[in-house]
Design a protein. Sequence first.
Lengths: 236, 599
Amino acid sequence: MTASFPKAQVVVYPGSNCDRDALWALRYVGFDAEFVDIRSHIGSDVNLLVLPGGFSYGDYLRVGAVAAREPISSEIRDFMSRGGLIIGICNGFQILIEMGILPGALLQNSTGKFICKIVDLEVVDNETPFTRYFERGERIRLPIAHGFGRYVKTNGLVNSQDNVVFRYAQDVNGSDELIAGISNENKNVLGLMPHPERAIEKLIGSDDGLRVFLSAFNYIKTSSENMLEKTKVGVA
Amino acid sequence: MKYIDILERQLGRKATKAEIEAFTVMWSEHCGYSHTKGYIRQLPRVGFGGNAGIVSLDDYHFIAFKVESHNHPSAIEPFNGAATGVGGIIRDILAMGARPTAILDSLHMDKITEGIIDGISDYGNSIGVPTVGGELRISDYYKYNPLVNVMAVGVGRNEHLIPSTAQKPGQVIVIFGGATGRDGIHGASFASEDLTGEKATKLSIQVGDPFAEKMLIEAFLEMVEEGLVEGAQDLGAGGVLSATSELVAKANLGAIVHLDRMPLREPDMNPVEILISESQERMAVVTSAEKANRVIEIARRHLLFADIVVEVTETGRYVAKYNDETVIDVPAKLLEESPEERTYGYRPVEMPKFNWIKFKNVDAHEIFERYDYMVGTDTVVRPGYGPAVMRVKSSGGYSLVIHSRADLGLQEPYWAAYITLLECVRKTLSIGARPLAVTDGINYADPDVQPEGLAAQMKGLKDACEFANVPVASGNASLYNTYKGNGIPPTLVIGMIGKLENLNVPRPRKSAIYAIGFKDFKLEREKLLWNEIERIAKAGYFVVSMHDFSTMSTLKQELQKTGLDMKVKSPKCEPVHQLIMVFGDVDTKLPKELIGYCN
């Protein structure tokens, strides 16, 4: 039996515009990656789902609100409960929040303006499948590009503690506690406003984002190898 | 209507009301280029004549690029005016079969107009095309007539290059995109007169829908990928009328247009309004009758309207119908052949001694950090350094520059145009690229009042292109930038594409900074300077070519962001000079002076 490459799908919503960048990044680190349309289905052999950045449905109602109500949402929920890994980047993060998979809310930047630049971040939690290749407290640089990235805590409503994964080193958009990225309790879902997929090559500014995808890649590889080991032991 | 006599002579009869409406649009300066086409014909050209200019990047890829103005709409309604300026030029690139990859903008205004910046930011960010560079010139000369020139660039595969014409009778034209409303009716005519003209109402301003544009981009590229598109044209100024008549007239064909098939946002529109509405986010695709259904299917899957609106005929007549009623029936060629104004000869004089006319110095970060300049992950050099550098994944790269010298234009338009082009060459060479071609954005006041200035500007462009051996691939003319008769300075905006063999471009580093070259200008020294810039950049030194070294706040800020502190004593020089700034001690035959340090 040959070990296959970890498989990833990028969910393309109408108005997604970082879908091609995410696909490029996934393939760059070795994922067997493809797009999935909102009308088709999440593959049964998929290990990682990426909800990319962009302006799903033009952000016309409320960021992420329409996309969160697509039929594919129930498949995403099932995938999550099976333990599949999900990264929501920027608009993808907004969609995960609108779906209720991650807590909190993302509101308009405190400046009232779209902000595009490379910012310093602190890695707060390096025990998620997406951050194992970082050191705890490490400073990294990732691009941001959003108009609605101000993270606001709503703990009282969801009755759970936010698990902060990334914080901004300085205030950029008015987020509570400088929160830039969070995960769910099981840590198989990561939502973040910065764009790791835009930081995989030094040529275009930074390669700190590469390790987000590499972490996930190796997490999947090792867990499937462990699984394989266990089955072998079981059979023996 | 301005050319009514000519029209009726050509028709051999009185024009109908519908014909007058149609020809007012098609023969407007904006659509018909009456004052400029004589000059444009004289320019050295390459890849000219389609929706956008075309140059070859490598054995597999072409670059489509063009600059376009949206000055008049931005004066009346800054947000939508600027936004639809982006949308329109993006569709021109798209129509060539290229994926839009970059936007640059050249803005002239009396202060930073929030609506214009927001309009560009909102639209460009949403459609996922990075805004990678531009120029921002602040001066009271643009108080009533701001200039919003947007340059868009796209990359396509050679086998996907789409002609801007129909080819044979029996083909059909599918129009797809957003619904048609009354926005932008007579926008083309409004953009061809003084801002206080009768068409200057918000009704002539188009309204942007970036989500529809994004869907349109993806739908169209899918059609191209599947080989369904045999010709294409975007719907911009002049709407259905302009797009469909151009497609058939260029091939000496005719058309039957079924206006009743256009999906409407406002159901009570009359047929002529449907014909000339400039509602945005629409494209016309020439295809065969068999492939049309697949085209429509793809459009609808992308949540867009689509229908077969036109049958291509051999008659050479452009017939627009609403059900059985004939709205207009005229020779298709006539719509394209707008009357041509006389051109003026211009005999260049020796370059005058220019005075410094300073435009306000602003740090452009507060503007370009509101634009997504990274989406697409191909932006190699971020805005703030000057020229932009883009890569093509698994291939090479290209450089982009947009530049103008209205401060010189005010004093002498011939040399202003000439120098603008030379400075574009220097900027392109400074990041290690080789110039391929340019697109020109003519922004001018009233050509009927001051025809010589326009002639001088066009001659300056022509002579400079010949001197530099860089052809023009596309262009745009915005005339009548006047308010109550007072006009803007002649403002020629030049966009230049360069080719890069090596993406490892020179970057600033800690070093001494030198001014190299001459504080004044002599044409016979220009190529010597170019050779030096090319050699120094190839050797890996960071080179800065600017016309005004006293205003470097954007560069200073940008360096600070990368942890570098630039301290220089700005070299004193003439408004037109041959001086560059080099980071590092490089050997050169040219005069060299230490002016500061980068720490």
